[in-house]
Ligand binder design. Structure first.
Ligand SMILES: Nc1ncnc2c1ncn2[C@@H]1O[C@H](COP(=O)(O)OP(=O)(O)OP(=O)(O)O)[C@@H](O)[C@H]1O
Ligand SMILES: [Mg+2]
Length: 341
């Protein structure tokens, strides 16, 4: 649904070039919620602004719903019209809502409909439908200043849906909200994704957001996408940084030399069996549990556990094989740098 190829953006600021996007290849499937994470300055906002061409990429291509936006130059009249048309099919939600304070909620939602030239009657009807969809039918006559942050964001979302978009882009839509309100807005995005088949590309710096609504995620660093994929696949990959951030399991154990630290991941219908006690009994070993968590990620139950076994990796080949036979994913940590060996 959204594909970027070799997308590069260089900003020229005070005579210096800033490489904000460095050859980014992103692939967002139709109907999924895709999250982009990364530290401040990683290029997340630049990426999302290049996807709807709010920002012109320096090179590379952006294709949304089969239309290569980067091929439609804004200057030529026909292409300009095509670009406006294509952009209308992309809704955008902002961190600070960007509502007009002098207009009522209803009038804010009507704004994009005015721009496309819908008549008054149709505008009213459409805006009322959208406000109903986001649960704000009773606030149509209020002004933004009279709303809570969560309600303002609902207005922002209703406005973003005015052009019947197939894609919704969201840049830190919940960052200005408290945890409770964040949950309700994320739930709304999930509902819209499911009810309308809306593809959602969202940016966040919170792993909790990824955990609760995303099907897929990408990690950005220094203008590059360093990792991306479906969460269920990333969780099955012992080297995944995203999986590690989704499941911070704390420290790496006793610090003794002769030991083996394992990370055990179980997903979906992998049996919630008492494998720790089975292992201890079968092989007569003492198992030290360093950390454990069970979470629902991308709608699936996923558990992760870090355990420490006495002896070296070679000493533990048989118990590790036993765990893998039980359908568990087992990664042996390389203790020098905390990644799977
Ligand atoms: N208009 C601009 N002019 C010059 N440099 C810019 C401009 N916008 C962004 N940058 C630079 O591009 C890089 C990426 O910025 P971007 O806003 O995409 O990061 P981000 O990942 O969204 O960060 P944050 O999490 O803080 O929002 C940064 O180094 C930033 O300083
Ligand atoms: Mg940003």
């Amino acid at each position: 649904m959204i594909t970027t190829k070799d997308l590069t953006k260089v900003y020229r600021s005070r005579g210096r070039d800033v490489l904000a996007l460095d050859s980014v290849d992103l692939h967002v499937q139709e109907g999924e919620v895709f999250g982009v994470v990364g530290t401040s300055g990683a290029g997340k906002s630049t990426l999302i602004r290049c996807v709807n061409l709010l920002e012109r990429p320096t090179s590379g291509t952006v294709t949304v719903d089969g239309v290569e936006l980067t091929a439609l130059s804004g200057s030529e009249q026909r292409a300009g019209r095509e670009l406006r048309e294509a952009r209308r099919r992309i809704g955008m939600v902002f961190q600070h809502f960007n509502l007009l304070s002098s207009r009522t909620v209803q009038q804010n939602v009507e704004l994009p409909l005015e721009i496309i030239g819908l008549d008054r009657h149709d505008r009213r009807r459409k805006a009322a439908e959208l406000l109903d969809l986001v649960g704000l039918a009773d606030k149509a006559g209020s002004y933004p200043g009279q709303l809570s942050g969560g309600q303002k964001q609902r207005v922002g979302i209703a406005r973003a849906l005015a052009g019947d978009p197939k894609v919704l882009l969201s840049d830190e839509a919940t960052s200005a909200l408290d945890p409770e309100t964040t949950r309700s807005i994320l739930q709304l995005l999930r509902d819209l994704n499911q009810q309308l088949g809306l593809t959602v590309l969202l940016i966040t710096h919170e792993m909790d957001v990824i955990k609760s609504v995303c099907d897929s995620a990408a990690l950005m660093r220094g203008g590059k996408v360093v990792e991306s994929g479906r969460l269920t696949d990333l969780l099955a990959d012992g080297h995944s940084r995203i999986a590690r951030d989704l499941f911070p399991l704390g420290d790496f154990g006793s610090g003794q030399a002769d030991r083996t630290v394992l990370e055990i991941t179980f997903q979906g219908d992998a049996p919630a069996q008492p494998f720790v006690s089975q292992l201890a009994r079968t092989y007569q070993i003492d198992i030290n549990i360093l950390g454990a968590a069970v979470e629902t990620i991308a709608g699936r139950l996923v558990g992760r556990m870090r355990v420490e076994l006495p002896g070296s990796h070679t000493d533990n080949v048989v118990p590790i094989g036993y765990l893998r036979q039980q359908g568990l994913q087992v990664d042996v940590l390389d203790l020098s740098n905390g990644v799977a060996a």
